[in-house]
Design a protein around this ligand. Structure first.
Ligand code: ADE
Length: 224
Protein backbone atom coordinates (compact mmCIF):
# COMPACT_ATOMS: atom_id res chain seq x y z
CA UNK A 1 0.00 0.00 0.00
CA UNK A 2 1.08 3.56 -0.68
CA UNK A 3 -0.27 6.57 1.21
CA UNK A 4 0.43 10.16 0.07
CA UNK A 5 -0.35 12.74 2.73
CA UNK A 6 -0.82 16.38 1.73
CA UNK A 7 -0.24 18.81 4.58
CA UNK A 8 0.92 22.30 5.54
CA UNK A 9 2.60 20.79 8.63
CA UNK A 10 4.63 17.73 7.57
CA UNK A 11 6.65 17.97 10.84
CA UNK A 12 3.54 16.81 12.71
CA UNK A 13 3.49 13.58 10.72
CA UNK A 14 7.07 12.42 11.08
CA UNK A 15 7.25 10.78 14.51
CA UNK A 16 4.12 8.58 14.21
CA UNK A 17 5.86 6.71 11.40
CA UNK A 18 9.21 6.48 13.18
CA UNK A 19 8.23 4.16 15.99
CA UNK A 20 6.95 0.70 16.70
CA UNK A 21 4.54 -1.11 14.39
CA UNK A 22 4.24 1.59 11.72
CA UNK A 23 8.00 1.94 11.48
CA UNK A 24 8.37 -1.83 11.10
CA UNK A 25 5.67 -1.94 8.42
CA UNK A 26 7.57 0.69 6.43
CA UNK A 27 10.90 -1.09 6.91
CA UNK A 28 9.36 -4.38 5.76
CA UNK A 29 8.16 -2.61 2.60
CA UNK A 30 4.49 -3.29 3.41
CA UNK A 31 3.57 0.38 3.21
CA UNK A 32 5.08 3.56 1.79
CA UNK A 33 4.25 6.92 3.34
CA UNK A 34 4.95 10.05 1.30
CA UNK A 35 4.53 13.47 2.89
CA UNK A 36 3.88 16.45 0.60
CA UNK A 37 4.28 19.98 1.92
CA UNK A 38 1.45 21.95 0.33
CA UNK A 39 3.61 25.08 0.38
CA UNK A 40 5.81 23.49 -2.29
CA UNK A 41 2.79 23.67 -4.61
CA UNK A 42 1.91 27.30 -3.92
CA UNK A 43 1.25 29.19 -7.13
CA UNK A 44 2.32 32.70 -6.13
CA UNK A 45 5.66 34.09 -5.00
CA UNK A 46 4.51 34.44 -1.38
CA UNK A 47 4.08 30.65 -1.18
CA UNK A 48 0.50 31.37 -0.19
CA UNK A 49 -1.78 28.37 0.42
CA UNK A 50 -4.69 30.04 2.23
CA UNK A 51 -6.77 33.16 1.75
CA UNK A 52 -9.69 35.12 3.21
CA UNK A 53 -13.12 33.64 2.65
CA UNK A 54 -15.51 35.16 0.14
CA UNK A 55 -18.49 36.65 1.89
CA UNK A 56 -16.41 37.58 4.91
CA UNK A 57 -16.03 35.88 8.26
CA UNK A 58 -13.22 34.87 10.54
CA UNK A 59 -10.67 32.28 9.49
CA UNK A 60 -8.69 31.48 6.38
CA UNK A 61 -9.60 28.95 3.71
CA UNK A 62 -7.14 26.64 1.97
CA UNK A 63 -6.91 27.59 -1.71
CA UNK A 64 -7.87 25.24 -4.52
CA UNK A 65 -4.88 25.81 -6.87
CA UNK A 66 -2.01 24.43 -4.74
CA UNK A 67 -4.12 21.41 -3.77
CA UNK A 68 -5.08 20.81 -7.42
CA UNK A 69 -1.42 21.03 -8.45
CA UNK A 70 -0.35 18.52 -5.81
CA UNK A 71 -3.18 16.02 -6.37
CA UNK A 72 -3.01 16.25 -10.17
CA UNK A 73 0.76 15.68 -10.06
CA UNK A 74 0.28 12.55 -7.98
CA UNK A 75 -2.55 11.27 -10.16
CA UNK A 76 -0.38 11.67 -13.24
CA UNK A 77 2.06 9.17 -11.72
CA UNK A 78 -0.36 6.41 -10.65
CA UNK A 79 -4.03 5.59 -10.09
CA UNK A 80 -5.47 6.31 -6.66
CA UNK A 81 -8.31 4.36 -5.06
CA UNK A 82 -9.39 7.27 -2.88
CA UNK A 83 -8.69 10.92 -2.15
CA UNK A 84 -9.55 11.27 1.53
CA UNK A 85 -10.15 14.62 3.20
CA UNK A 86 -9.78 14.75 6.99
CA UNK A 87 -12.54 16.95 8.37
CA UNK A 88 -14.75 17.04 11.47
CA UNK A 89 -17.85 17.03 9.23
CA UNK A 90 -16.84 13.76 7.54
CA UNK A 91 -18.09 10.26 8.30
CA UNK A 92 -16.81 9.04 11.66
CA UNK A 93 -13.97 6.54 11.44
CA UNK A 94 -14.79 3.04 12.64
CA UNK A 95 -13.24 -0.42 12.38
CA UNK A 96 -15.31 -1.31 9.31
CA UNK A 97 -13.98 1.73 7.49
CA UNK A 98 -10.40 0.87 8.50
CA UNK A 99 -10.92 -2.69 7.24
CA UNK A 100 -12.24 -1.38 3.92
CA UNK A 101 -9.35 1.08 3.45
CA UNK A 102 -6.79 -1.62 4.27
CA UNK A 103 -7.79 -3.36 1.00
CA UNK A 104 -6.83 -0.34 -1.15
CA UNK A 105 -3.56 0.08 -2.97
CA UNK A 106 -2.96 3.83 -3.30
CA UNK A 107 -4.50 6.50 -1.08
CA UNK A 108 -4.18 10.27 -0.91
CA UNK A 109 -4.99 11.89 2.43
CA UNK A 110 -5.52 15.65 2.49
CA UNK A 111 -5.20 17.38 5.87
CA UNK A 112 -7.37 20.43 6.40
CA UNK A 113 -6.42 23.54 8.38
CA UNK A 114 -7.94 26.84 9.39
CA UNK A 115 -11.58 26.96 8.23
CA UNK A 116 -10.93 24.04 5.89
CA UNK A 117 -10.50 23.79 2.13
CA UNK A 118 -12.30 25.68 -0.63
CA UNK A 119 -15.49 23.69 -1.31
CA UNK A 120 -14.34 23.15 -4.93
CA UNK A 121 -11.51 20.92 -3.66
CA UNK A 122 -14.15 18.67 -2.16
CA UNK A 123 -16.34 18.83 -5.26
CA UNK A 124 -13.52 18.14 -7.70
CA UNK A 125 -11.12 15.74 -6.01
CA UNK A 126 -12.27 14.27 -2.72
CA UNK A 127 -13.86 10.80 -2.80
CA UNK A 128 -14.23 10.27 0.95
CA UNK A 129 -14.40 12.56 3.97
CA UNK A 130 -13.38 11.17 7.35
CA UNK A 131 -13.74 12.55 10.86
CA UNK A 132 -12.12 10.84 13.83
CA UNK A 133 -14.80 12.07 16.23
CA UNK A 134 -17.09 14.91 17.23
CA UNK A 135 -14.47 17.41 18.33
CA UNK A 136 -12.37 19.92 16.42
CA UNK A 137 -8.61 19.51 16.10
CA UNK A 138 -6.31 22.32 15.01
CA UNK A 139 -5.64 20.45 11.77
CA UNK A 140 -6.20 17.14 10.02
CA UNK A 141 -2.66 15.82 10.59
CA UNK A 142 -3.21 13.97 13.86
CA UNK A 143 -6.47 12.59 12.47
CA UNK A 144 -4.61 11.39 9.35
CA UNK A 145 -2.01 9.67 11.54
CA UNK A 146 -4.83 7.85 13.34
CA UNK A 147 -6.39 6.67 10.07
CA UNK A 148 -2.96 5.47 8.88
CA UNK A 149 -2.33 3.59 12.12
CA UNK A 150 -5.76 1.91 12.11
CA UNK A 151 -5.33 0.88 8.45
CA UNK A 152 -1.66 -0.11 8.34
CA UNK A 153 -1.84 -2.50 11.30
CA UNK A 154 -4.41 -4.50 9.29
CA UNK A 155 -2.12 -5.06 6.29
CA UNK A 156 -1.01 -8.69 5.94
CA UNK A 157 2.40 -9.20 7.55
CA UNK A 158 2.34 -6.08 9.72
CA UNK A 159 1.20 -7.77 12.93
CA UNK A 160 2.59 -11.05 14.19
CA UNK A 161 0.63 -13.73 16.05
CA UNK A 162 0.96 -12.03 19.41
CA UNK A 163 -0.48 -8.78 18.12
CA UNK A 164 -3.02 -10.30 15.74
CA UNK A 165 -5.85 -7.98 14.74
CA UNK A 166 -8.41 -10.80 14.65
CA UNK A 167 -9.13 -10.63 18.38
CA UNK A 168 -9.22 -6.81 18.58
CA UNK A 169 -12.06 -4.96 20.18
CA UNK A 170 -14.64 -4.03 17.46
CA UNK A 171 -13.49 -6.75 15.05
CA UNK A 172 -16.84 -8.58 15.46
CA UNK A 173 -18.74 -5.63 16.91
CA UNK A 174 -17.69 -6.78 20.38
CA UNK A 175 -15.34 -5.23 22.89
CA UNK A 176 -12.37 -7.40 23.83
CA UNK A 177 -12.61 -9.48 27.04
CA UNK A 178 -10.43 -8.74 30.11
CA UNK A 179 -6.82 -9.96 29.89
CA UNK A 180 -4.29 -10.88 32.58
CA UNK A 181 -0.59 -11.67 32.85
CA UNK A 182 1.69 -12.66 35.72
CA UNK A 183 1.51 -12.62 38.71
CA UNK A 184 -1.52 -14.91 39.18
CA UNK A 185 -2.44 -13.02 42.34
CA UNK A 186 -1.84 -9.33 43.04
CA UNK A 187 -2.92 -7.42 46.15
CA UNK A 188 -5.56 -10.04 46.81
CA UNK A 189 -6.94 -9.95 43.24
CA UNK A 190 -6.76 -13.35 41.55
CA UNK A 191 -6.69 -14.13 37.85
CA UNK A 192 -9.90 -16.06 36.95
CA UNK A 193 -9.16 -19.76 37.55
CA UNK A 194 -10.40 -20.77 34.12
CA UNK A 195 -7.50 -18.91 32.46
CA UNK A 196 -5.00 -21.04 34.42
CA UNK A 197 -6.81 -24.31 33.62
CA UNK A 198 -5.23 -24.99 30.23
CA UNK A 199 -8.69 -25.97 28.92
CA UNK A 200 -8.68 -24.06 25.63
CA UNK A 201 -12.32 -24.62 24.57
CA UNK A 202 -13.51 -23.51 28.01
CA UNK A 203 -11.19 -20.47 27.95
CA UNK A 204 -12.53 -19.50 24.53
CA UNK A 205 -16.11 -19.80 25.79
CA UNK A 206 -15.26 -17.71 28.88
CA UNK A 207 -13.71 -15.01 26.66
CA UNK A 208 -16.78 -14.89 24.43
CA UNK A 209 -19.05 -14.55 27.45
CA UNK A 210 -16.92 -11.79 28.96
CA UNK A 211 -16.72 -9.96 25.65
CA UNK A 212 -20.50 -10.02 25.35
CA UNK A 213 -20.98 -9.02 28.99
CA UNK A 214 -18.59 -6.08 28.63
CA UNK A 215 -20.19 -4.95 25.38
CA UNK A 216 -23.72 -5.10 26.87
CA UNK A 217 -22.58 -3.01 29.81
CA UNK A 218 -20.34 -0.44 28.10
CA UNK A 219 -21.44 -0.24 24.47
CA UNK A 220 -24.95 -1.67 24.05
CA UNK A 221 -25.18 0.36 20.81
CA UNK A 222 -22.71 -2.08 19.18
CA UNK A 223 -25.19 -4.94 19.63
CA UNK A 224 -28.15 -3.21 17.97
N1 ADE B 1 -9.73 18.13 11.44
C1 ADE B 1 -10.11 18.86 12.51
N2 ADE B 1 -10.85 18.13 13.36
C2 ADE B 1 -10.95 16.88 12.81
C3 ADE B 1 -11.60 15.70 13.20
N3 ADE B 1 -12.31 15.60 14.32
N4 ADE B 1 -11.49 14.63 12.39
C4 ADE B 1 -10.79 14.71 11.24
N5 ADE B 1 -10.15 15.80 10.82
C5 ADE B 1 -10.23 16.89 11.59
Amino acid sequence: MRIDIITVLPELLISPFEASILKRAIEKGLVEIHLHNLRDYATNKYKQVDDYQFGGGAGMVMMVEPIDKCISGLKAERDYDEVIYMTPDGKTLNQGMANELSLKKNLIILCGHYKGVDQRVRDLFVTREISIGDYVLSGGELAAAIVCDAVIRLLPGVLNDETSALTDTFQDNLLAPPVYTRPAEYKGLEVPKILLSGNLPKIEKWREEKALERTKKRRPDLLE
